[in-house]
Ligand binder design. Structure first.
Ligand SMILES: [Fe+2]
Ligand SMILES: [Fe+2]
Length: 491
C-alpha cells in the first residue's frame, strides 16, 4: 500500500470518528471503500440476525445511488445461507475475492446475474468483506463490484485492495460501535427523562404540559431556524441536547413543596384555617352575648366587622392585582384581636396569613417565591449529580440557566450578558412564553398571544431577555397553539 493511500485511510478514520449519524457513516464507508479501490459499484448490507438487508447500493457508471439518503432500495433481503457469497462472508467472518462472477461456480450468483439481466450491467470482479464490531459480531457486509484499471477496464481486485478494505472495515466498525454506544446512552437518558417527567406529572399535572409544550415549541423553532439563511444553526446532536434541556429544565421542582407548586390563591391551604377562625370568633361572640359579658351593641358591631372581614378575605384571596386601598384594609384587619377561652389574646389574621393576603400580584409571598426559585438551583444540582459528559454536559449549562436574566436580575446565580449561553436565552424565552399563555394553571388565567409577546418585548427592553431571539421566536411561528395541548409562571 502506498503512503498516499495509508494517509487517506488514516484521514478517513478521523473523519469517520466525527460522524454521529449511522446512516451517513455507512454511506461514507462505502464511498471511501470504492474510492480507495477504484471500483465501479458497491453494496452495503446490514445484518439483522437472519438476513442481510440492502442498505446502500452504488453503481457509479450508471449514476445509481440508492439507500441511505438516496432512493429506497426495492430488493428482497439476502438469507444467511452459505451458497450466497455475501452471506458466507458474514457467516464465516472472512473476506472473499472473486475475479470473475461468471467463471465461478462455487457460489450462487443469481442475484448479481439477475441485476445484470435487468439493467444491462456486467458484474465481473467482486470483493466481499464482513464488518465486525468489537465483540466480533458481524454487523454488516461490504461488497465491492468491478475493480478498474487506469484505462477503465474491469479487472480482478488486487490483493492490496483486500488489505485496504480490511483496514477500512475495522476503523468503520469501531466508529459504528461508538455511534451505537452513544445511541444507547441517549436512549437511556431519554428513558430517564421520561421517568422523571412522569414523576413531576404525577405531582402536578400542569407541569407535564409545560415541559411537553416547551419541547414542541423548541423543536419547531430549531427546525425553522435551521432553514433560515442565518449563522445560528443547531446540529442534529445539539437539537437533541437542547430538547433534552427543555425536558429537564424544571426537574428541580421535584423537591418543591406541593402547596407552593400549585398554590391556587394567596392564602392557599391557610384559607380554610382563617375561615374557621373567623367562624369561631363569631361563636365566641355569641357566648359572650348570651352570658351578658359583652354589651349587645358591641356584639352587633363585631358581627358586622366579622362579615366585612370574611368578604374582604374572600375578595383579596383571589384578586389579580391588589390595590393600595385593599392592602390598607388587610393591614387594618390584621390588627384585630380576640380573646381565646384560655384568656390568651390572639390575632384574627396570623402574620403569615397577613403576608399572604398582602401579595400584590400572583399568589406567592416573597418567602414562598424564594422557595419556588430554589428549583433552578436544584435543577443544576441534580443535573450535576448525573455526571453528564461530553456534549451532554451542555444540558447542565443550558437547563440550569433558564431563570437567569441578561441584566443579572435572574437566579440562581445572577449571571449577566455573555455569561448566559444563546441556548439558555432561547430556553428562557420559550419558558416564559409557555408560562404566560398556559391555560391549565390553577393560580392564573391564560394571557393572550399578543399580550404575551408584548410582555416578552418589555422584558427585552428592560435588558432581561435577548431581543433578537424574541424577534426570531415570534417570526418562527413555532409558538402557535398545539392542537392536542391544553395550551397549558414560568414556575
Ligand atoms: Fe423553571
Ligand atoms: Fe419552566
Amino acid at each position: 500500500m502506498n503512503d498516499k493511500k495509508i494517509q487517506r485511510i488514516l484521514n478517513l478514520g478521523i473523519a469517520f470518528s466525527k460522524e454521529r449519524s449511522k446512516e451517513k457513516l455507512l454511506d461514507r464507508i462505502l464511498e471511501a471503500a470504492m474510492d480507495l479501490t477504484g471500483c465501479d459499484g458497491g453494496t452495503l448490507y446490514i445484518n439483522n440476525g437472519t438476513e442481510l438487508e440492502f442498505n446502500i447500493m452504488i453503481t457509479r457508471s450508471k449514476g445509481v445511488h440508492q439507500g441511505s439518503e438516496g432512493d429506497a432500495i426495492n430488493m428482497p433481503p439476502v438469507p444467511l445461507v452459505r451458497s450466497n457469497v455475501c452471506a458466507l462472508s458474514a457467516l464465516e467472518r472472512r473476506l472473499i475475492n472473486i475475479p470473475d462472477v461468471y467463471e465461478c461456480s462455487e457460489y450462487d450468483f443469481s442475484g448479481p446475474k439477475q441485476y445484470d439481466a435487468m439493467t444491462g450491467y456486467h458484474t465481473k470482479s467482486l470483493l466481499v468483506v464482513p464488518m465486525e464490531d468489537d465483540k466480533e459480531n458481524v454487523i454488516g457486509v461490504v461488497e465491492l463490484i468491478n475493480a478498474m484499471d487506469a484505462d477503465g477496464n474491469v479487472i480482478p481486485f488486487p490483493q492490496m485492495d483486500e488489505q485496504i478494505l480490511h483496514s477500512l472495515g475495522s476503523q468503520a466498525a469501531i466508529c459504528l460501535v461508538n455511534i451505537s454506544y452513544s445511541h444507547q446512552i441517549q436512549h437511556m437518558l431519554n428513558s430517564f427523562v421520561q421517568v422523571m417527567t412522569t414523576a413531576i406529572d404525577a405531582r402536578t399535572p400542569y407541569n407535564a404540559n409545560h415541559t411537553k409544550t416547551m419541547v414542541r415549541y423548541a423543536g419547531r423553532f430549531i427546525d425553522w431556524l435551521n432553514a433560515q439563511p442565518l449563522s445560528w444553526k443547531f446540529s442534529e446532536e445539539d437539537k437533541q441536547i437542547f430538547l433534552m434541556s427543555a425536558w429537564l429544565h424544571d426537574i428541580g421542582k421535584l423537591v418543591i413543596p406541593q402547596e407552593i407548586m400549585d398554590k391556587p390563591s394567596r392564602l392557599g391551604a391557610n384559607e380554610e384555617r382563617l375561615h374557621a377562625r373567623l367562624e369561631r370568633i363569631g361563636l365566641l361572640t355569641q357566648i359572650e352575648e348570651l352570658s351578658g359579658t359583652l354589651a349587645p351593641e358591641k356584639c352587633k358591631s363585631r358581627y358586622e366587622r366579622l362579615a366585612e372581614a370574611k368578604a374582604l378575605v374572600q375578595e383579596v384571596n383571589t384578586a389579580g392585582y391588589l390595590t393600595d386601598d385593599y392592602r390598607d384594609r388587610v393591614k387594618e384587619l390584621a390588627r384585630e384581636t380576640y380573646r381565646e377561652t384560655d384568656g390568651s389574646v390572639c390575632p384574627w389574621v396570623t402574620p403569615e396569613e397577613r403576608d399572604q393576603l398582602l401579595v400584590r400580584k400572583g399568589t406567592l409571598t416573597t418567602a414562598e417565591r424564594k422557595e419556588m426559585q430554589k428549583h433552578a438551583a436544584m435543577t443544576e444540582r441534580m443535573l450535576t449529580q448525573m455526571n453528564l459528559e461530553g456534549s451532554y454536559s451542555k444540558i447542565l449549562l443550558w437547563a440550569s440557566q433558564h431563570h437567569e436574566r441578561l441584566d443579572g436580575s435572574g437566579y440562581p446565580r445572577g449571571l449577566t450578558g455573555d455569561q448566559i449561553s444563546m441556548e439558555s436565552r432561547l430556553l428562557m424565552i420559550i419558558d416564559i412564553y409557555e408560562a404566560l399563555t398556559a391555560r391549565d394553571r390553577k393560580y392564573k388565567g391564560a394571557i393572550q398571544i399578543d399580550d404575551s409577546f408584548a410582555i416578552l418585548y418589555r422584558m427585552a427592553d428592560r435588558g432581561e431577555l435577548d431581543r433578537n431571539i424574541v424577534e426570531l421566536f415570534e417570526e418562527s411561528g413555532a409558538w402557535k397553539p398545539l392542537p392536542e395541548s391544553g395550551q397549558t409562571d414560568e414556575r
